[in-house]
Design a protein around this ligand. Structure first.
Ligand code: HDE
Length: 709
């Protein structure tokens, strides 16, 4: 939430900083000083503008070209700077400096994003979130370009344009924006069964995070770690947020999109500005080379995860984001992440999706950032010195000296010369490949149902209900019943009960069979487009680590608490409660009938954070009403306060009230549920803190379904 007082103080500081700099005069791009940037050059006071006006032309043409093409996927993003620190050396697995030197603080730049929406779309879309980390290591830049879900929709890069075209707005009408709930997406996924695993994650709470700071991150593909003996271990990378993994409900997501479509962006920015630096621990799952074929699925298949119950995640380090960007365009927009940016000690596998990405990202930067010199843009510059014979091209920023730009040379003294492996040169892992050239999919990738089913089985009851509701919503937005039925049949292969629930919501039956082979394009040659019959294996009953119900619930740090106040609110109650909340790291926001200031019953002035008309309950994690007779009388007069309470209750959040505050909740639906385990009337702040740390009281959800807000 905006804090005008804090911001105006900052503006003064900034002006002062600016005045202290040497170069403060407005100039043209060529350094010519300017004394008017408000008026164009005209033929007379009321005459037409002259073509001669080089000041106008420079200003306007710069403006005309201020935008670069937005990313085709992950267009909407927010980023921050930080550091990565290693807890213990893993030199037995990797020779990378970042994994062996515990004394380093490796700078990082991290960009979070949604996938489908345009740059200006809402943060709260039901979508996968990008989680891209650029490590500026001493041996060169390593980009770990992952997502907040551990698997991907497709197995082969060849299908990526189809996937993205299906989820993006439909090409004839450019509708819908930032939403998967439409015919083309489900037309595609219902005919492409490999998508089902990521599909069901997309229906889960993971797709509507409470905050970027409360999401996991995953490298998804199996990579390799290479030690100094040249030995390889397979590895999966995991980011575990210190604050646990938490989400909002779909009803909140829809309302947040209207109340503050920058909700995640603002949350990240505000937390860092306030010094509440977000932290994630880096974990690795290691699989020895000889265990490559030990699993019931293929390690090279990016639609499969390795359950932590089968291979535990070893925590090896911590990432802290501690600095907001100075300039959104220069940093967040121009940053270029490439999965191909890798350093000695880490290597690729033959995952066919990863292999395609190695080509795609450099290709996209060439057009997005205008040419091959995008690595010279400040945010993309490595901290390791770069030195090679690649020259020229658009936007060359350096004046590269010397007569030679080829290798080998003698006129340039043989420089830049090659490095030895022992001196840290990159060396690809030697892998024996004895194969015929073939355009096909490995049979070992041919199980599309086991892991979606494992995921669904592993969810808690409330999470399973959310999945059913999400499918019902999404498929309910499809206009074609044959697409809905195909999806229902597929969902039934995951879980029949789930399919029946969704079918009920759609007013359809789950079909007993479907006519068309699912993975066969209409009219395609059956020899090429082999139908993949569904197979389902059960190699693990449940994987509890997949459920958010088993995340951390130990902190209320950075949680936003709305405090409803009006003139005459009880200072004694307020102080007793908020002292404890602030000590636990929560953020207190005063919501009043009006903006400006509000006076408590001890005659002190308090700054109002938001007038009720400018805010909504969905922007907060919990609610407190301190009481004070006069204050509560005023609050009762404004019906939006009652809506605020009802909605907070509906979204299963903790509510605390003291003294006359009870009169206010008596006006709301909460009056019938005062014994709810996250409603506190005249209880201790500590009780409230415990309930807030649990994130939500999901037991309430069956009651609140019937509350009409
Ligand atoms: Fe991406 N992806 N992707 N992707 N991706 C891009 O690169 C692509 C995939 C991911 O914050 C683009 O610079 C192909 C998997 C993130 O700047 C583009 C394939 C994963 C970001 C591209 C994939 C991702 C991107 C668009 C299949 C998770 C945002 C702009 C072979 C492991 C990075 C850009 C940022 C961005 C292509 C699949 C994650 C077009 C062809 C799998 C987090 O190059």
């Amino acid at each position: 939430m905006e804090n005008p007082k804090k911001d105006s103080k900052k503006i003064n500081d900034l002006e002062q900083n600016y005045k202290n700099q040497e170069n403060t005069t407005l100039t043209t791009n060529q350094g010519v000083k300017i004394n008017d940037t408000n008026n164009s050059l005209k033929a007379g006071e009321r005459g037409s503008t002259l073509l001669e006006d080089f000041l106008l032309r420079e200003k306007i043409t710069s403006f005309d070209h201020e935008r670069i093409p937005e990313r085709i996927v992950h267009a909407r993003g927010s980023a921050a700077h930080g550091v990565f620190e290693l807890y213990e050396s893993i030199e037995q697995y990797s020779k990378a400096g970042i994994f062996t030197d515990v004394n380093r603080k490796t700078p990082v730049f991290v960009r979070f994003s949604t996938v489908a929406g345009s740059k200006g779309s809402t943060d709260l879309a039901r979508d996968v979130r990008g989680f891209a980390v650029k490590f500026y290591t001493e041996e060169g830049t390593w980009d770990l370009v992952g997502n907040n879900m551990p698997i991907f929709f497709i197995q082969d890069a060849m299908k990526f344009p189809d996937l993205v075209h299906s989820v993006k707005p439909e090409p004839n009408k450019e509708i819908p924006q930032a939403a998967s709930a439409h015919d083309t997406f489900y037309d595609f996924v219902s005919r492409t069964t490999e998508t089902l695993h990521n599909q069901i994650w997309l229906m889960s709470d993971r797709a509507i995070p409470r905050s970027f700071r409360m999401m996991e991150g995953f490298g998804i593909h199996t990579f390799r770690l290479i030690n100094d003996k040249g030995e390889s271990h397979f590895v999966k990378f995991h980011w575990k947020p210190k604050l646990g993994v938490h989400s909002v409900t779909w009803d909140e997501a829809v309302k947040i999109s209207g109340a503050d479509s920058d909700f995640h962006r603002r949350d990240l920015w505000d937390a860092i500005e306030a010094g509440h630096y977000p932290e994630w621990e880096l974990g690795i799952q290691i699989v020895p080379q000889e265990d490559e074929f030990k699993f019931d699925f293929d390690l090279l298949d990016p639609t499969k995860l390795i359950p932590e119950e089968m291979v535990p995640v070893k925590i090896i380090g911590k990432m802290t984001l501690n600095r907001n960007p100075e300039n959104f365009f220069a940093e967040t927009e121009q940053v270029a992440f490439l999965p191909g940016h890798i350093v000695p000690g880490i290597d690729f596998t033959n995952d066919p999706l990863l292999q395609g990405r190695l080509f795609s990202y450099r290709d996209t930067q060439l057009s997005r950032l205008g040419g091959p010199n995008f690595h010279q843009i400040p945010i993309n510059r490595p901290i390791a010195p770069a030195n090679n014979n690649q020259r020229d091209g658009m936007m060359q920023m350096d004046i590269v000296k010397g007569q030679t730009a080829y290798f080998p040379n003698s006129l340039g003294g043989g420089c830049p010369h090659l490095a030895k492996i022992a001196e840290g040169a990159f060396d690809s892992y030697e892998e024996r490949i004895d194969a015929k050239k073939i355009r096909t999919r490995s049979e070992s990738f041919n199980d599309h149902f086991s892991q979606p089913a494992l995921f669904y089985r592993s969810l808690s009851q409330y999470e399973q209900e959310h999945v059913a509701e999400a499918y019902t919503f999404e498929l309910g937005k499809c206009m074609h019943s044959e697409i809905q039925e195909r999806m229902l049949w597929l969902i039934a292969q995951i879980d029949e009960d789930l399919a029946n629930k969704v079918a009920k919501g759609l007013g359809l039956e789950v079909p007993k069979s479907i006519e068309q082979p699912i993975n066969q394009a209409i009219g395609a040659d059956a020899d090429i487009q082999k139908q993949q019959p569904p197979k389902k294996k059960i190699y693990l009953d449940k994987a509890p680590t997949l459920s958010q119900a088993n995340t951390k619930f130990d902190s209320i740090a950075t949680r936003q608490v709305a405090v409803l106040v009006a003139k005459g609110f009880s200072m004694k109650n307020f102080k007793k409660m908020t002292d404890v909340l602030e000590q636990e790291g929560a953020v207190i926001k005063l919501i009043a009938p009006h903006g400006g200031k509000v006076i408590c019953d001890e005659n002190m002035e308090h700054k109002v954070d938001a007038a009720i008309m400018t805010t909504e309950s969905v922007l907060f994690d919990a609610l407190y009403i301190p009481g004070g007779k006069k204050a509560v009388e005023s609050l009762k007069k404004e019906s939006k306060f009652i809506k605020f309470i009802n909605e907070t209750f509906k979204h299963c959040k903790a509510i605390a009230v003291d003294n006359e505050g009870e009169d206010l909740i008596n006006e709301s639906f909460v009056k019938d549920y005062k014994d709810d385990k996250a409603v506190f009337i005249n209880k201790t702040p500590e009780d409230f803190v415990k309930a807030m740390a649990k994130h939500r009281n999901w037991d309430r959800r069956t009651i609140v379904k019937n509350i009409p807000v």
